[in-house]
Write a protein that binds this ligand. Structure first.
Ligand code: FES
Ligand code: FES
Length: 152
């Protein structure tokens, strides 16, 4: 048994310690906003926050989490979905298919938490590992700038 703190709620997990956090979130806890794509830490679709820092849930085991606070897209602003990043995402219609977008938003949330007014270079660097097969990169970047209060 292992306790995970996800979006401010405790969950007791009965699973082997090597289970990827992504499986625990999606299959055991029922939070399916965090997506599975590459499964090897290379695309960012499964990005969540661990104590406020971006992490890849597909290559993080539940044993790796320790007592850290896990935040997923469902917990970014509760059920309202009105975190400044989510509002900005809607404003510019950032998603196309949408699959990569929860990971993109969580990566951006980690960036803005550490660097509230990022430069273009800082945005590019922070988001470089989050792949969007639909190529929505410019809208994603515009949304991050809006959320940072910089306009487009
Ligand atoms: S699914 Fe985790 S990085 Fe691609
Ligand atoms: S919106 Fe389709 S992969 Fe990014």
């Amino acid at each position: 048994m292992l306790d995970l703190r996800v979006n401010d709620a405790m969950h007791r997990i009965d699973a082997p310690p090597e289970m990827p956090l992504l499986w625990a979130l999606r299959d055991l806890i029922g939070l399916r906003g965090t997506k599975f794509a590459c499964g090897i830490g290379a695309c960012g679709a499964c990005t969540i926050l661990l104590d406020g820092e971006a992490a890849r849930a597909c290559i993080t085991t539940i044993a790796d989490v320790g007592g850290k606070a896990i935040r997923t897209i469902e917990g970014l602003s509760g059920s309202r979905g009105d975190h400044p990043l989510q509002r900005a995402w809607k404003q510019v219609n950032a998603p196309q298919c949408g699959y990569c977008q929860p990971g993109q938003i969580m990566q951006a949330a980690a960036l803005l938490a550490q660097t509230p007014k990022p430069t273009d270079r800082q945005i590019n660097d922070a988001m470089a590992g989050n792949i969007c097969r639909c190529g929505a990169y410019q809208r994603i970047k515009a949304a991050i700038k809006i959320a940072a209060g910089e306009g487009i």
